[in-house]
Design a protein around this ligand. Structure first.
Ligand code: PLP
Length: 415
């Protein structure tokens, strides 16, 4: 995060008609009334009196999950026992749920499997990408601003495949791609500052350079259109416990573009990814399709919780979610400018819509103490070291009144 990314939140006099506090509250109410997605909040169970702006870390609980998991435990596990593996919904859950979330990432069916953590899927994707890469290429470009686990895994994957990691800022990634670039790992949205990177252009640049792309969608899937198929992405991973509301530690996903599936050589060829898992043969023959991205026995409870959680997306268009997300973050920034005294916070989230994810990150002194204070007042965001207050806007269950209250509460803390 460089200073070039910082925009001072512009302070306007509080008596300016457009930003008078009572006007902002009234505008929030009007925006919520007009909001088509507002009624989707009923699809979630949220505690009363809380403004929840941390759905980019742990999504809220969708209403159907508890009953579904109770049924899985008491009936499928408790009564049906082992038969649930074959007769029920268990064995094929990774690919079935992969297909269920595919529309949210712009993927046709058959290219996405759910399972393991994002970290593990990054390992599969990066080693798999290195094995797909053109022979003789030596470099793996890695987003230097990335969530740490991506960098750790990339370093090991590169070492195992004989590549050298080259850290790049995503803004300079296209210029760094050349005939020596084997693999490019980028984040769609930066987890700390909320910057949205240009997936179509960066993917096109990688293709032109003959490199294999791996995109990390942890902070974009479920918040904005991704378009994996449309833009020709090779491989992608992402979590499901953030904007997809799958629950704590819910399994991640791996996307393998159809054109690469025949050649995708997983570094973790577990028996679940075998063409005939129950033949129990000593030799490994990978399954066709994205199923070869599976490893071992899936964590059924978390996986079926995720499946039920995805019902919250029934009939929802990602484009509508994106439009509301931008309106929410715009409105929040406007309220912060009106309520927070000048000079106390600065936004590190880009003002330009095309560079903004679905969060607002405000840099301030004593950020940890400020966030603790906000949480004690019922506004839940999070703190990212060293000095960032992070507010995630999840359009399925956050409204404009929430944004207004969060900014007003922040203003009280500095007031
Ligand atoms: C949240 C997040 C992860 C989390 O990885 P886990 O293996 O699920 O712990 C990884 N990468 C990015 C970019 C993230 O935002």
């Amino acid at each position: 995060m460089s200073d070039a990314n910082a925009n001072h939140v512009e302070n306007r006099p509080a008596n300016l008609a457009a930003n008078h506090p009572s006007d902002l509250a009234a505008r929030a109410a009007a925006l919520d009334t007009a909001d088509e997605l507002g009624k989707l909040r009923d699809r979630f169970t949220l505690p009363d009196g809380v403004v929840y702006l941390d759905g980019n870390s742990l999504g809220a609980l969708p209403t159907g999950v508890a009953a579904r998991i109770a049924q899985v435990i008491t009936h499928e596990w408790g009564t049906e026992l082992i038969q649930s593996w074959s007769s029920g919904t268990w064995w094929t859950a990774p690919e079935r749920i992969g297909d269920k979330l595919s529309p949210l990432i712009g993927a046709a069916p058959g290219q996405t499997v759910v399972g393991d953590s994002t970290s593990v899927n990054l390992f599969k994707a990066l080693v798999g990408a290195a094995r797909l890469a053109r022979p003789g290429r030596t470099r793996m470009l890695v987003d230097a601003s990335t969530f740490p686990t991506d960098g750790y895994i990339a370093e090991s994957a590169a070492r195992m495949t004989g590549l050298t990691v080259v850290p790049v800022d995503p803004s300079g990634a296209a210029a760094a791609m050349d005939e020596d670039t084997a693999v490019v790992l980028l984040n769609h949205v930066d987890y700390r500052g909320g910057r949205l990177h240009d997936l179509p252009a960066l993917t096109a640049a990688a293709r032109a350079a003959g490199a294999v792309t791996v995109w990390d969608l942890c902070h974009s899937a479920g918040a904005l259109p991704v378009g994996l198929d449309e833009h020709g992405v090779d491989l992608a991973v992402g979590c499901t416990y953030k904007y997809l509301n799958g629950g704590p530690g819910s399994p991640a996903y791996l996307y393998i573009a159809a054109r690469h599936q025949g050649a995708f050589d997983s570094p973790l060829p577990g028996w679940n990814g075998h063409a005939e898992p129950f033949a129990m043969t000593p030799d490994y023959t990978p399954a066709a399709g994205a199923v070869r991205g599976r490893v071992g026995t899936p964590d059924i409870l978390s996986m079926l919780a995720l499946e039920a959680a995805l019902d919250a997306w029934d009939g929802v268009s990602v484009e509508a979610v994106r439009a509301k997300s931008l309106a929410l973050t715009d409105f929040f920034l406007e309220c912060v400018a009106a309520y927070v005294p000048a000079g106390k916070v600065e936004s590190v989230t880009p003002a330009e819509h095309e560079q903004r994810g679905s969060q607002v990150s405000l840099r301030t002194e004593d950020a940890r103490a400020v966030m603790d204070d906000l949480i004690s007042r019922g506004v839940i965001g999070d703190f990212r070291a060293p000095d960032v207050l992070r507010f995630g806007f999840t359009p399925l269950y956050v409204g404009f009144a929430d944004a207004e209250r969060a900014a007003r509460t922040l203003g009280h803390i500095f007031g």
